[in-house]
Design a protein around this ligand. Sequence first.
Ligand SMILES: *Cc1c(COP(=O)(O)O)cnc(C)c1O
Length: 390
Amino acid sequence: MDVIYTDNNATTKVADEVIQEMMPFFGEFYGNPSSMYTFGDEVGKKITRARQQVADLINADPGEIIFTSCGTESDNAAINAAITAFPEKKHLITSVVEHPAIKNLYSYLADKKGYEVTFVPVDKKGRLDTQALYDAMSENTAIVSLMWANNETGVIFPVEEVAVKAREKGILFHTDAVQATGKIDIDVKKTGVDMLSLSGHKIHAPKGIGVLYVKQGFKFPPFLIGGHQEDGRRGGTENTVSIIGLGKACELARENLELMNTEVRELRDYLESRLLEEIPGTSVNGDRDNRLPNTLSIGFDAVEGESILMLLDRKGICASSGSACTSGSLDPSHVLMAMDVPFKSAHGTIRFSLSHYNTKAEMDIIVETMIPTIDKLRQMSPFWKDGKMV
Ligand SMILES: *Cc1c(COP(=O)(O)O)cnc(C)c1O
């Protein structure tokens, strides 16, 4: 099916180069990398190479890379490692706008395991209240976990600054870099994070493969107890094919980082300015000066995001809304609510998230489709009269 795919923060197309790299390992090379004979060796060598490719993308050492089954597993493993390593510390810090992989885990630890949890607020532009975060840090804090960039708005958090403060106080620091990877420069040595999560399917690798970076020196307690794989930190025979694909995807992400910050950013800005200029009652959510280059969260007054998506879908355009659709409700998402985005524009929020596979012609089609779509929906909306929201 011919689609215009602008939902890359939800998942991405597997790059052709990645598919090519993986194919032989679905078929011919099915050996177990742990076996002693040469046949398994071939796979083992490729995994070693993939580990290096991942490490190179974030400036880590290969020994600091643990392959997991997804970003969610990486996030869970990081938090569980912290509370296992420091059983006496009963306080956890994160932000109000995290992905469910952190947000719901923190709520679970608060509700079922007796942890005291601080969800640090953000302002109207989605910027972190760093002072509130610093004020919450105490000797009882086991870990601070902060997303590097937000999946809905693309707003980038001051990870380096927070990492410095956490280190000063002797508190572990984890960052969910799933959205930041491949879009902005990630350097774990410069930033000084203790743990970092990334996910394959957000960077043109397959679904079901992730990474947890664990800084050397932190005695990481194993969480899948079994074989010696991943240096005894996560047992289980490796997902060889996906690991090899992820390695290639990381290599490509490094090569395409520049493209992301020039051509993709220009496409996003072009789409944004056309929508703002040509459709009245439209506003951008999040800090426009400090966002991922591919992300546009944009609210249209007095219409419903779901209705927009349905009409876009008829033209083969894939995007997301700003509602808490994962929970089956039409309420605005927890991210937009935390930012205090007015209800009537939060309701009509659409997220376009681009990749280097998108073209300017596609942006034009999106705008030409959006103009009559919004117009049509507003004619039926009780909140829209005489060219403005009532
Ligand atoms: C997608 C995403 C995850 C979850 O990754 P999965 O591999 O789908 O489990 C975690 N955090 C953020 C910010 C994400 O965007």
